[in-house]
Design a protein around this ligand. Structure first.
Ligand code: SF4
Length: 466
């Protein structure tokens, strides 16, 4: 293996989890006989020595924040090692390929970009570079002047290689009943069957998803339990795209580790469609569900093509309450179509449904991102709300037709940023509510703080979902 290229994988941010975006390509490269090392910059220092000797530097960009940090890392790497080939892989890499590959008089941020099921093209790229061939010869790899479609060929999923990754105590923990535990992270599928218009999965997977074999998922869980995990997050875009697959894994997990708990992400539609499954998943150890509620405005839900109504959100809450499973709704409170009344309505809805403890400040501050290739851009009225492309920030700009909403977005963002990690959610919510009513020129309704507060719902210590 000595004559193989020196491959360095970098991850910058993966929602506070030990990055599977390093573990999976490490395993796939090893299976192909290619030596690689990996560094997670969210917990480790920039590996200057490894960068200097690398011939291929591959940077994971599964989300917006990761890409922003990844571009900084790429620029640093380029300065230290101008001859290394720098590639980006993951959802946001492909969405922003034009920016990453555009030279603009200087060296481009990246030499290539890979998307979709990225392991195959990454292996092919490493081999091509090792053999002195150009990246232009590699299928599934975008290079300056040639954009390749995302690779959607099915991968024979290896078990992610985690032995060389930072230990689980460096990452977000699971908190339940005031106790904190190490948490692991797995994916039982990739891509998504659905086509919500604002979702970055859609332009890449376009309604397709891939099942990871149950044995592979269970082996990944096993190695993280051996490393101390007491809770597992299923980070699939939607765990219930394959409901039978999800239940099979959950029941096998429970049979092997009866005290292990888990959480998963699924849409409102699936909670209702598979309501009988919720009880079974709860019995197998599921303690909470992350669900993209997004808005309490019917108009905004329709624009995002969410496939659910506010009534169905209420029904989903009832289904979950019946089986004793907590919910962490996620929101997109600032869009060009969300009015100030809508925002106040969302706050009132959160309060009246007892969701304040499940709503961190950041969730009330999120402003819609419209990345290049977003399906939102296909709407016939796009010219009426879309501004300039801010390529360096990976989004189309938009201003709200009501300037009070942009002002409120800035205020809520500051409140969320200033809130301490252990801030009382009731205080943060009250501050957001105060700001929103002040912007509307209205007096906030008086809500005495309840004297008896129910126990905080189970959660992870990382609140950011973008
Ligand atoms: S269900 Fe979730 S992951 Fe799937 S397209 Fe909609 S927002 Fe994206």
């Amino acid at each position: 293996m000595n004559d193989m290229p020196e491959i360095l994988l970098l991850s910058c941010y993966e929602l506070g989890h030990q990055p599977v975006s390093l573990g999976w390509p490490l395993a796939a490269l090893a299976q192909a006989g290619l030596a690689a090392s990996a560094v997670d910059l969210s917990v480790d220092d920039f590996p200057a020595e490894a960068v200097r000797s690398a011939r291929l530097i591959a940077i994971a960009a599964p989300m917006h924040t990761a890409l922003r940090l990844g571009v900084d890392a790429a620029c640093r790497a380029r300065a230290l090692n101008p001859t290394a080939h720098i590639t980006f892989y993951g959802l946001y890499a492909w969405l922003n390929g034009d920016y990453l590959l555009h030279a603009n008089g200087e060296a481009a941020v990246a030499d290539s970009v890979i998307a979709g099921e990225y392991e195959g093209p990454l292996i092919a790229l490493a081999r091509a570079l090792d053999e002195g061939r150009s990246a232009a010869e590699v299928a599934g790899v975008s290079i300056p002047g040639r954009s390749a479609q995302p690779n959607l060929a099915r991968l024979s999923f290896p078990v992610p290689q985690r032995a060389s990754l930072p230990s689980l105590d460096k990452y977000a923990r699971y908190i339940a009943d005031d106790e904190s535990h190490l948490a692991g992270y797995v994916e039982a599928s990739r891509g998504c069957l659905h086509t919500c218009r604002h979702c970055p999965v859609v332009p890449v997977y376009n309604g397709r998803f891939f099942i990871v074999p149950a044995e592979t998922v269970l082996a990944d869980i096993r190695q993280q339990v051996a490393a101390g995990a007491r809770h597992i997050t299923f980070g699939d875009p939607d765990f219930l795209n394959g409901p039978g697959h999800a239940l099979k894994i959950a029941q096998a997990l429970h049979a092997e580790f009866p005290r292990l708990t888990f959480d998963f992400t699924t849409k409102v539609e699936h909670i209702l469609e598979h309501r009988e499954l919720m009880g079974q998943l709860g019995e197998a150890g599921a303690t909470f569900v992350v669900s993209a509620f997004e808005s309490t405005s019917a108009q905004v839900l329709a624009r995002l093509h969410k496939g659910h109504s506010v009534d169905q959100m209420e029904e989903a809450l009832a289904v979950l309450a019946e089986v004793g499973m907590a919910v962490q709704p996620t929101w997109v409170p600032f869009t060009p179509w969300t009015t100030l009344d809508d925002y106040l309505g969302m706050l009132a809805w959160i309060r009246s449904h007892g969701l304040i403890p499940a709503t961190p400040g950041v969730q009330m501050s999120i402003r819609l991102l419209v990345p290049p290739s977003s399906a939102l851009l296909d709407h016939p009225d796009v010219e009426s709300w879309r501004g300039e492309l801010d390529a360096a920030n990976f989004t189309w700009r938009w201003d709200h037709p009501d300037p009070r909403m942009d002002d409120l977005a800035r205020q809520v963002s500051r409140i969320a940023e200033d809130a301490e990690e252990d801030a009382d959610p009731w205080d943060v919510f009250a501050a957001v509510e105060g700001a929103a009513y002040a912007v509307a020129g209205r007096t906030p309704p008086v809500h005495p703080r309840p004297t008896f507060l129910p126990p905080s719902p189970p959660r992870l210590t990382e609140n950011w979902f973008c």
